[in-house]
Design a protein. Sequence first.
Length: 372
Amino acid sequence: MKRVADIDSNYMRMALWEAKKGVGKTSPNPSVGALVVKNGRIVSKGYHKKAGTPHAEIHVLQDAGRKAEGATLYVTLEPCNHTGRTPPCTRAILKAGIAQVVIGMLDPNPQVAGGGAKYLAAKGLTVISGVLEQECREINLPFIKHSTTGLPWVILKAGMSIDGRIAALPNTKTMITGKHSLARVHALRNQVDAILVGIGTALADDPSLTTRLQKSGTERDPLRVILDTDLHLSLSAKMLRQDSVAETWIFCARGADKKKRNMLEESGALVKTVPAGGGGLDIKAVLKVLGQAGIASLLVEGGGRVHGSFIDAGLVDQLLLFVAPKFLGDQGVPLVTFPADKSRKDAAEFKIIKTRRYGEDVLIEGRFINTK
């Protein structure tokens, strides 16, 4: 049953506030928030904190105790009706005596979609779905894509000058955007499962690819991924020498030098081979390997050739461009480099979702239209 009432929307919005507390911490699980409401009062509220731990419904039902009997449960995602790393939430809902369940969005996983809602309705509960559905989907785009396609949600991020350059000269590191943009980037790194760069960026910038936030106990370093077709990464690269719990994965072509591969693995990296394609590596093959490893979100940070490969393959979902009020000129490195035979008739298009100021910089957020 689908119904959207003002009272349901108000409570669902509160459940969404709870769900957002878990963004970036629950992968490959979704971020979910829940409320127990009885006689117009919120009895309990909570969210899913980490994969493998109790779901949001379990938290709020335990907190509500006997007050859950005859109450309404608001939850941003359909309660699970299958046993995974934790027992099914539907059984706990029935045991608690909940009378009505209001759902933001149904589970997109084709193996379980609709199962929880149908099960609860069959047991006599009133079930309402589709309340603030789009808002509930927005906070779980990586989970939705990963659970339906097996591939991670791909975010292409770049800091660039106003004339579209990401470095002043080839093979040089250039600080283009300001400290406010940098802080936003590190907050973003704290929410994704993996960061990817090409070997050109790895050699020119020697990046750490870590999350650098003010110490709060919640920061974490995502998996570091390098596209290195012929294994040119230096054994002294920061990401190999750094004291970080994050792993470094290097993707190379199948014919890459075995001796260099062994040396990189002895230095702490994990080297994976994929087929070549498009003058480099087969990007979709890379994404499949990451998806199979449970990576639901991937931040692509460059350089221009890597950006072009992802866009050309139609594998970018979200675009984040931090534009600084600077000109770097025609000697600068372009944001995107496409193959020479790329047809302009099928140029990539994206829809601008929003813009925002970060100090003197402007963030342009877009969603690609013609992803394949």
